[in-house]
Design a protein around this ligand. Structure first.
Ligand SMILES: [Mg+2]
Length: 241
């Protein structure tokens, strides 16, 4: 005779197994970071969600800057920006290498954007505070811009240092020399450090240097140089301590 409860038993077993697997995976993640005492975070689209779309505002200003600096049309400025992003890592790097543009006015101009719609994130702030060791931000933007974003997100004061492209001699990530410059300055020992980034390209050098790499983005990107992926930085950090 059919037991009225039997259909539920496999479901309960499945739920228990799923919960155990989650705990096991959680322990594995924690273990993978047990040697880490230096935490390096990218800023844009890593410490705030991509739907905040700050880059939409920055890109408009980058294009306008290129149009004015090089006296070119909007389509040509957009084309050049794509070329420079692909060849040199950023629009600024291309402007400097190819046209000898002064980086300071560029950085001020393109980052002069509204942050009014950014939300403070108290839960994320609490998890940063729990991370053992030194915590730094390293962005291809400028450090003053990063400080403004951290303030708007309620994350100011949680990091030991904030580095921008100006601290890497204006060389951008993904160049290994850029990472090396910032890491030397801060005393990052790659073998005891982890890098969190939304752009998979910017995890290549950190991985090659021996860091733990975490891709923070809505969609995973399969690559040998990416150890972990998360679409929720708060949830990921909560599993580490
Ligand atoms: Mg980013």
């Amino acid at each position: 005779m059919e037991n009225a409860y039997s259909p539920g038993v496999p479901r309960i077993k499945h739920a228990i197994v799923t919960a155990r697997v989650r705990v096991y995976i959680g322990d594995m993640v924690k273990h993978a970071f047990s040697h880490v005492s230096h935490w390096v975070f990218d800023l844009d689209n890593t410490l705030y969600p991509p739907h905040a779309r700050l880059f939409d505002q920055i890109e408009v200003r980058m294009t306008r800057f290129v149009m004015e600096a090089l006296n070119v049309t909007r389509p040509e400025a957009d084309r050049l920006r794509k070329v420079y992003w692909a060849e040199y890592g950023t629009t600024l790097a291309g402007l400097m290498r190819v046209h000898g543009v002064d980086p300071a006015p560029y950085l001020t101009e393109v980052h002069d954007i509204s942050l009014d719609h950014l939300d403070r994130d108290t839960e994320l702030a609490a998890h940063f505070a729990d991370l053992p060791g030194r915590r730094i931000v390293y962005t291809n933007g400028s450090a003053p811009y990063a400080e403004r974003v951290l303030e708007a997100r309620g994350l100011a004061g949680l990091f030991d240092a904030v580095y921008g492209v100006e601290h890497a001699g204006f060389r951008p990530k993904p160049e290994r020399a850029a990472f090396e410059a910032v890491f030397a300055r801060d005393g990052v020992e790659p073998a005891r450090a982890a890098m969190f980034e939304d752009d998979p390209r910017n995890l290549t050098a950190p991985h090659a240097m021996g860091m733990r790499t975490v891709h923070v983005a809505p969609d995973p990107h399969e690559a040998d140089h990416i150890h972990h992926h998360t679409d929720d930085l708060t949830a990921f950090l909560s599993r580490l301590v």
